[in-house]
Ligand binder design. Structure first.
Ligand SMILES: Cc1cc2nc3c(=O)[nH]c(=O)nc-3n(C[C@H](O)[C@H](O)[C@H](O)COP(=O)(O)OP(=O)(O)OC[C@H]3O[C@@H](n4cnc5c(N)ncnc54)[C@H](O)[C@@H]3O)c2cc1C
Length: 344
């Protein structure tokens, strides 16, 4: 296997700035597949962490399966200075930046992680084994979508979930919000901030007397209400035409918001014994340190609210804390050697 640099094919080596020398120490260390830090997941969180760590002259390997959560969308919004960028361009630039400082970015899936006497190891699906003193898990989350015909195929295009990401783009469209999830009432009121023509598909969720107040709140903000069970979406010529409702037929809409269930991709963390909360989210402190010493996590893997910019920020914060932890260990190790008459 190659020993350093950017191993994703065709993703912007040309973006590396000349003059940034890859750290020699990285090359020496990576020959044994051994690193200071192994980063699992190369989205905004993982690559941001890897950039900070490789600039701190830590040897870093990032393993990435190449499926950032926002990949189905045409554009990424709300990232200052990157607004409107195609989602896959951000990690492509990030990989090149990490590689330019000697970080190793490997395409692949980490299938298993474990502890070693000096740290951790990760086993990739292709059988490659990497070892490291510290781990940073940034594997994102999975959006579990309502099981209705048409929803999965249109997600990120005209089936949306986050008005902060795509609300502005559909502000002048006929917008629907699919009810039935615990936060659907909040979501529809939120979406109304962006769009004037909003219909709430109650999907059986506005039928009780207690929900009279919610219905009043919808009507008060000129949000249309369509009762009845939603049976699917009507898609013609690669475009959403509307929502199919039992008893009401086709209700024309250009875009529909749904409320996915967010499931953390945290199985590697739980394998290591990291504790999770009652909803299955890994417990971390404000720097991203998990309950297992030496293991950090960042981005959507631990925080469902993280946007791209906050995931990148979380990755950077985790990298700084993680490097401090390594410096403390380096000091301890140096003192031991010094006392043995072998100063570093
Ligand atoms: C349709 C859609 C549109 C969105 N639009 C926007 C937007 O416009 N603006 C915005 O700010 N936010 C947007 N988001 C949210 C955004 O996607 C997340 O905030 C962001 O992706 C979180 O970054 P991350 O690094 O935590 O995770 P991700 O970007 O999901 O990166 C995780 C990476 O880890 C990899 N991975 C997972 N498991 C493994 C494994 N075992 N081994 C190796 N690699 C692994 C994945 O393949 C992926 O590449 C959108 C989300 C969706 C669903």
């Amino acid at each position: 296997m190659a020993t350093s640099g950017l191993l994703f094919p065709g993703t912007g080596n040309e973006l590396c700035q000349p003059g940034r020398a890859a750290a020699t120490v990285a090359v020496m260390s990576t020959q044994q597949n051994t690193y200071d830090v192994l980063v699992l997941g190369g989205g905004a969180a993982g690559l941001s962490a890897a950039l900070v760590l490789s600039r701190a002259q830590r040897t870093v390997a990032v393993v990435d399966a190449g499926l950032p959560r926002n990949a189905p969308a045409a554009r990424m919004h709300g990232f200052l200075s990157r607004d409107g960028m195609p989602p896959r361009d951000l990690p492509a630039v990030g990989r090149a930046e990490v590689a330019s400082y000697g970080g190793v970015v490997l395409p692949g899936t980490v299938a298993q992680v474990g502890r070693t006497t000096t740290g951790f190891d990760g086993l990739l699906a292709d059988g490659t084994r990497l070892t490291a003193r510290r781990l940073l898990v940034a594997t994102g989350l999975v959006d579990e979508l309502p099981d209705l015909p048409g929803v999965r195929g249109r997600f990120g295009r005209d089936v949306l979930h986050c008005p902060y990401c795509h609300g502005f783009e559909v502000r002048a469209s006929k917008v629907g919000v699919l009810g039935g999830a615990p936060n659907s009432f909040h979501q529809v009121q939120l979406v109304r901030q962006w769009a004037g023509d909003v219909v709430f598909f109650s999907n059986g969720s506005l039928l009780t007397v207690e929900q009279r107040e919610q219905r009043e709140q919808l009507v008060a903000r000129a949000i249309g209400v369509v009762d009845g069970q939603v049976t699917g979406l009507d898609v013609q010529d690669d475009r959403l035409c509307g929502v199919l409702v039992e008893g009401a037929g086709l209700v024309r809409r250009d875009a529909v918001f749904v409320a996915p269930t967010f499931v953390p991709s945290s199985n590697l963390l739980t394998e290591l014994g990291c504790q999770v909360d009652d909803n299955g989210w890994p417990l971390v402190d404000k720097t991203g340190q998990t309950t297992v010493p030496g293991v950090w996590a960042a981005g959507n893997a631990v925080n469902p609210r993280a946007q791209v910019i906050t995931a990148a920020g979380d990755g950077s914060a985790a990298a700084i804390a993680l490097n401090n932890d390594l410096v403390e260990q380096d000091v301890r190790d140096a003192v031991v050697l010094f006392r043995l008459g072998m100063p570093v």
